[in-house]
Write a protein that binds this ligand. Structure first.
Ligand code: IMP
Length: 197
């Protein structure tokens, strides 16, 4: 089965394929499906934005589409950047500038607890929708560590492993990450759905 990923993020595409390929599911990019969809993320929850993205790409491509809406929620900042993680500090910043801004805003703040959240939504052309949520608890590091991953990975510290997400291999990250967990839960729902249909 082929799903179109409603995202331009190549690292998300790799993570999704790593996790879903053993189910015989191929996740392809919008470009491979011949669509280029700009979705305005007007929702105030991960659930709303995930649905907006998956629905728009399903409608444009005519194929089942999967979206991940995700972000980092920091307790001391009232849950920010949350659904605005990709736009924290404005559209002009890159990943490094964004996590540096977050570190700046965390100066003197306690606690440093935070969680990554991912909501996966899959929209089918017949109107059916499947959705699943995953979370990963951690803390905001005092300085970036590691080279891997993307986004806020260098400053997201996992106390149990004493490493940031950037210091984990892709396999290690997928085993505990918000997206890994959401995709685990999604797989179960997808298997049930495919058995019924
Ligand atoms: P989205 O693509 O609109 O869902 O935006 C998600 C944003 O949250 C990304 O641009 C990253 O800044 C951040 N994010 C989500 N998942 C991760 C992750 O696994 N590692 C690091 N940052 C992430």
């Amino acid at each position: 089965m082929k799903l179109v990923l409603a995202s331009k993020n190549k690292k998300k595409l790799v993570e999704m394929n790593d996790i879903l390929s053993h189910l015989g599911i191929e996740v392809c990019s919008e470009a491979e499906a011949g669509v280029d969809v700009e979705v305005e993320e007007t929702g105030t929850t991960f659930e709303e934005n995930s649905l907006l993205k998956a629905k728009a790409v399903m409608e444009a491509s005519g194929l089942p589409a999967i979206a991940d809406d995700s972000g980092l929620c920091v307790d001391a900042l009232g849950g920010a950047p949350g659904v605005y993680s990709a736009r924290y500090g404005g559209e002009g910043l890159d990943d490094v500038q964004r996590y540096q801004l977050l570190l700046e805003n965390m100066k003197g703040q306690m606690p440093r607890t935070a969680r990554f959240v991912s909501v996966i939504t899959c929209c089918f052309p017949n109107g059916d929708v499947l959705s699943a949520r995953g979370e990963c608890e951690g803390t905001v590091a005092f300085a970036p560590m590691g080279e891997g991953g993307f986004g806020y990975d260098p400053i997201f510290f996992v106390p149990g492993l004493k490493k940031t997400f950037s210091q984990l291999t892709a396999e290690e990250k997928n085993a505990i990450s918000h997206r890994g967990k959401a995709l685990e839960a999604f797989q179960v729902k997808l298997k049930e759905y495919l058995n019924k249909n």
